[in-house]
Design a protein around this ligand. Structure first.
Ligand SMILES: [Mg+2]
Length: 423
């Protein structure tokens, strides 16, 4: 037996499944979106006009996540499109995590529809990992009505790779001794952390499968791909030393992202978008009495490649301006100058009830002043609405001064009308 047993749980076509369950269970609609060619897609006007999730029947037509609604309709004229419903997804996600926490005290939510569970030492409770995985999968299906894949291994990377094997409603293992047979034949683009741009570089080096990558000289990879080369070489060989880190329940990540009304092509635009995102995060932090110790920034370019970059702060903060300064610096380090369509700011290591900032020789009274300003703004917005006061830089701009999240997401979209407009 391996001493570490890690599960990766991944909801199958999450947004679409959740939408389907909602329509059947709550709205009592007979038709199940999962059984017909269907997709969840965003608002064309807000440039969210892309496929976010598709059903298996839609997949058979070649409909792909990330392509525009128009492309998808061209491939499949009968495609039923439904708008995203983010509040519902948040609720489904929370319900899933609640079930997972019944099975393991150590659950790390990785995204809205994915989580790692450290199942080491649970054999006495649930039997072999395979048995426990089926139990989790079936519990989710019975209680919540949607299906998940469970990947089992001795580390997070391999567990994640395993959950991506055949779908839906499956359990797969990928233990180190199974790597040559189960993982090495796969195209290198399917390796975690190998995006579109990296795959292209690897192809140019004659590396087509994960196995090719695992056998490539590390020096060659370092020359062409720097640090990332080292990381994906380790991944191709099944090496991942990261641990499952469960956040305390209250310690949700405070993060926020947005698809920008137009591509971000210069730093001043980026600064504005980041500020709008930080405004919202800052106000949420202060509302919960939380301060964060880590800030990260993510960029999605117009070809849907992207990356993220994070930093640990010298001191936890809940101040919009401080979050923003770190976010801008991270963006400058990460950005490769190409047009970006989606920016995100996320935070971590939240602490609660840390009310006052120490006077610091280097920062002077600035934190205290910003704190008072933040509180005053929060109170005004609480009383008179979010838009009662905003920073001058947002006047007459296209960027909403408090952006991201679900609050302003348009949730009903007339697709027929939208498609006609852009045709
Ligand atoms: Mg998923």
């Amino acid at each position: 037996m391996f001493d570490k047993i890690i599960f990766h749980i991944d909801v199958n076509s999450a947004f679409l499944s959740w939408e389907a369950v909602y329509r059947r269970e709550i709205l009592h609609v007979k038709e199940d979106l999962r059984d017909i060619p269907s997709a969840v897609g965003g608002d064309v006007r807000l440039r969210h006009g892309i496929i976010l999730a598709k059903s298996q029947p839609a997949k058979k037509y070649g409909v792909q996540t990330g392509e525009t609604l128009i492309e998808a309709r061209r491939k499949c004229p009968s495609l039923k499109l439904v708008p995203p419903h983010y509040r519902l997804y948040d609720r489904c996600s929370a319900a899933l995590m609640e079930i997972l926490r019944r099975f393991s005290p150590n659950v790390e939510q990785y995204s809205i529809d994915e989580a790692y569970c450290d199942m080491s030492g649970t054999a006495g409770l649930y039997g072999f990992p395979m048995v426990a995985a089926h139990l989790i999968k079936d519990t989710v299906r019975q209680e919540l009505g949607f299906t998940v894949n469970v990947g089992i291994s001795s580390n997070k990377l391999l567990a994640k790779m395993a959950s991506d094997f055949r779908k839906p409603d499956q359990v797969h293992t990928l233990f180190p001794e199974e790597i040559p047979q189960k993982m090495w034949p796969l195209p290198v683009s399917e390796l975690f952390f190998v995006g579109h741009a990296t795959a292209k570089k690897l192809f140019a080096l004659g590396i087509r499968t994960i196995g090719d990558l695992a056998r490539t000289d590390q020096g060659v990879l370092r020359t062409h791909l720097k640090k990332q080369g080292e990381l994906i070489y380790a991944f191709a060989n099944g090496v991942d030393v990261s641990q499952v880190v469960s956040a305390p329940l209250a310690n949700k990540g405070y993060g926020n992202s947005m698809t920008t009304p137009k591509d971000v092509t210069d730093l001043s635009e980026a600064r504005l978008v980041l500020l709008a995102l930080c405004e919202t995060i800052g106000s949420r932090l202060r509302k919960d009495g939380a301060s964060v110790g880590v800030v990260s920034v993510s960029i999605v370019y117009s070809d849907f490649t992207g990356g993220s970059h994070q930093t640990t702060l010298p001191e936890e903060t809940d101040l919009t301006d401080e979050l923003w300064e770190h976010a801008v610096r991270l963006f400058e380090e990460l950005w490769d100058g190409r047009a970006a369509r989606h920016l995100g700011v996320h935070t971590g290591k939240a602490v609660y009830g840390k009310d006052t900032r120490q006077m610091n020789l280097f920062t002077g009274e600035r934190p205290q002043k910003l704190q008072r300003l933040g509180r005053t703004l929060d109170e005004l917005r609480e009383k008179y609405g979010e838009d009662c006061i905003m920073r001058g830089v947002f006047l007459n701009g296209q960027i909403c001064h408090m952006s991201g999240g679900i609050g302003r997401e348009k949730q009903t979209v007339d697709y027929e009308k939208e498609l006609k407009k852009v045709r």
